[in-house]
Ligand binder design. Structure first.
Ligand SMILES: C[S@@+](CC[C@H](N)C(=O)[O-])C[C@H]1O[C@@H](n2cnc3c(N)ncnc32)[C@H](O)[C@@H]1O
Length: 243
């Protein structure tokens, strides 16, 4: 069931205050790593799944993309994306990622940042992306890392040695997780790293790069509060090619 969490006023207000929301791509600590996984965007037709405020859509155009289509299920997110975009080559579509279907080979790059863990099953969207990409096209995405999403009680605990520990359980139980992230009762879907990777392989993608993202020492020096994110991977970044 698609979520319209980002249309919840309380959630939206809190989400809008996050550093990544205020500062855009540079406020998202994983952006540099994700950016390094992108192919050159010059003349590319780009699809952004779960585009939010449209930051990546606008970045793609600045990087030379010929046209960009952003899809998001939230009217709130898209209203702001549209208000901040003045570019006829960027189009925003309101709808769920898993309800999209595009003409074969109509995109060169498909991108998704922190949206696919809201979908109960990634096989249909991966299949959709596989068909929508032209031969040689690239699929680059990030999700909350399965080690981060697995536990029944996600949150740091301090052990007897005073170390910060992320209690990992339910890793193999691929199903919904209900957490209190910015608002109570947020539904995300946990699945294993193997499921992400094997589903890409089964759909015919060639995996190019996989990253268990955590902040660099330089990032921690500039933003000490994120230092704890090195204790376990926060995000999973993946890039794959449509052969
Ligand atoms: C954490 S935000 C990320 C936004 C943006 N990609 C970024 O990185 O800044 C997740 C986004 O995914 C969208 N989303 C969640 N479920 C969706 C679905 N089923 N279909 C389309 N978009 C969805 C939300 O509305 C929200 O804008």
């Amino acid at each position: 069931v698609p979520t319209n969490l980002y249309d919840d006023p309380e959630f939206f207000a809190r989400y809008s205050e996050l550093r990544r929301s205020v500062e855009g791509l540079s406020g998202a600590p994983e952006w540099r790593a994700l950016q390094a996984m992108l192919p050159p965007l010059g003349a590319a037709r780009v699809l952004d799944l779960g585009c939010g405020f449209g930051r990546f859509c606008r970045y793609a155009r600045e990087a030379g993309a010929s046209r960009v289509l952003g899809v998001d299920i939230s009217e709130n997110m898209l209203a702001r994306a549209r208000a901040e975009t003045d570019d006829p080559a960027i189009e925003y579509v309101l709808g769920s990622i898993d309800a999209q279907d595009f003409a074969p080979a109509s995109f060169d790059v498909a991108f998704s940042s922190l949206a696919l863990h809201y979908l109960p099953d990634v096989a249909p969207p991966f299949d959709m992306v596989h068909r929508a990409l032209a031969p040689g096209g690239r699929f680059v995405f990030s999700v909350e890392h399965p080690i981060y999403t697995a536990p029944s009680h996600p949150g740091w605990v301090t052990d007897e040695s005073d170390d910060q520990v992320w209690p990992l359980n339910r890793y193999l139980d691929e199903s919904a997780r209900i957490t209190d992230w910015l608002a109570p009762g947020v539904v995300k879907y946990h699945r294993t790293v193997a499921t992400y990777v094997n589903t890409l392989i089964e759909q015919g993608f060639r995996i190019l790069h996989l990253e268990d993202w955590g902040p660099t020492t330089e990032q921690i020096a500039a933003w000490p509060e994120i230092g704890v994110e090195r204790e376990r991977p926060f995000f999973l970044l993946l890039s794959a090619e449509q052969p």
